[in-house]
Design a protein around this ligand. Sequence first.
Ligand SMILES: Nc1ncnc2c1ncn2[C@@H]1O[C@H](COP(=O)(O)OP(=O)(O)OP(=O)(O)O)[C@@H](O)[C@H]1O
Ligand SMILES: [Mg+2]
Length: 586
Amino acid sequence: MRNLKNKSEKRRFKKTSSSFDELKRLKKELRESEDRFRMLVEQSPENIVTHDLEGKILFISASGVEMIGAKTSEEVIGRNAMEFVHPDDHEKVKNITMEAIKEFENGVDCKKVIEHRFIRLDGTEFYGEATGIPFLYKGEPAIQVITRDITKRKEAEDALNRVNDKLENMVNERTEKLSKAIELLKKEISERKHAEKEKERIQTQLLQAQKMEIIGRFASGIAHDFNNITTIIKSFSALALAETSKGRSFDLIKEYLGYINATAERSANLTRQLLISAQKQPTNFRNLKLNNIVDDMTKTLRHVLAENITVRTVLEPGLWDIFADKGNIEQILMNLVINASDAMEQGGGMIYIKTKNMVVDEDCTDIPGVKSGKFVCLTFEDSGAGMEAEVVERLFEPFFSTKDSGKGIGLGLAVVNNIVKEHKGAITVSSEPERGSIFKVYLPATTETALFENIDDLAGEPSGRGERILLVEDEKFLRKSLTLMLSKNNYTVFDAENATEAVETFEKHGGEFDLLFTDVVLPDISGIHLTRKLLARNPDLKVVFTSGYLNIESQWSFIKDGGYAFLQKPYDPLDLLTAINETLLK
Ligand SMILES: Nc1ncnc2c1ncn2[C@@H]1O[C@H](COP(=O)(O)OP(=O)(O)OP(=O)(O)O)[C@@H](O)[C@H]1O
Ligand SMILES: [Mg+2]
């Protein structure tokens, strides 16, 4: 130490030497801090690399050395960082580095994170997440990169992606398969629809063919029956006429007329049968005494059946009334008796018709379709050929017949069945081959008693007292016979062949008529129309309608709702007189 000359110099010296010491101490501290920091960085578990802006590696931490597959940092320092980046990722690494540098130069916070593949010294690859921050290294701009090995995560992600891809593929495959299956199904459905349409078409054709066959059978059956009927009527009227010209047996003429009458009844029955099957027959329900109808019909049928067939009736006295359509009940009797007679051999046989009151209690299951209550039972027993079980099974089918063409068309029992159903009744059959057949018809009994004891119970024919009747009928001979019959029974008859003529006659006589008897179907306007017109002029005019069949529903409802009398053609003269008499008395 040099000599100090004075106090102030000494003091200055003292001060200078203490500043120097201070600097020394600070330098030492800085070095220590740098050492500590280096050690910290070098020993850090993070993989830290510092490279300059050209990519030249300036520093690498111990774990970085290990990550890159080197033994010492010397193996790495001085090499370009890009050597350790997978060539496919060079572009994106370069871009992000440039970006970071630019931002650093502009003084912006410029930390960047990027995931890419690395290549170790031995050429193996790994995935890393690199966080780069530009900074000043030893006074020069450089970039510090901290890298995390994310291979495991990436592998897991890849595995997941692979599973996802696989799943997606599977879903796609399934979707494709499903779409194909749907397409196939659609094709199959359309083919099936086509086949079904084809089947329907063939079935319709078949049905049409069957219909034509049925119509053929039907027509020939009807033609055969009508030819027989006409032949019978012609022969008996010829016989009757011959008798009159000879001026002989009045009894024979009466007998022949009886046959004609019965044959006409057969014809009436046939048309009735057809109308019932076609459901064109209007019904007229009234309280009726079944025993009287059976008696009447048995007389009529006597003329129709062969002589060696005996019909016996066993009718319960005090039989309950039924609420029924008389024509329909006669139809049942006619069809069942004719069937019984058809079942007889040449030698003939017996037919029993019985009536009986019956109370059906709730647990009676013998009679299908019958609920508990009071019934009238109408039984037909015959000693005919009986039936096989297969025939019994098909008995009520329309057009089922075992008879030769021309002898039966198979409508009889179908019609009977329909009528019974419409009357809320039931029918049963028991039959065996060679042991005859029993048909039982159950009809509900009514609680009210019949107003009239049927037509036959009335004393004589109901006749008029000069009442004025306007008769409208387009069939010439029918108009003539009706005029004769009504005039004979004390009515004053004015006839017209159509509605126009009827209106003229009506006007000519100032509407002074008691009753209009008109056909519903007329050549110009309908009988209903005519009635409306005439009623407007004379509201007291009584009306009786008649028709062969009614094909217009509204006409039938006009008649029914208005409570008008209706006579279904063909009708008995007695029915006509009764209807007119009853209407005039109302
Ligand atoms: N009393 C009976 N005895 C034996 N067989 C019967 C008797 N009643 C009906 N049958 C059988 O039932 C069939 C059908 O009868 P149904 O009355 O319906 O028709 P059909 O008599 O053949 O013809 P249609 O009555 O139309 O003239 C008959 O063909 C016959 O075989
Ligand atoms: Mg029959």
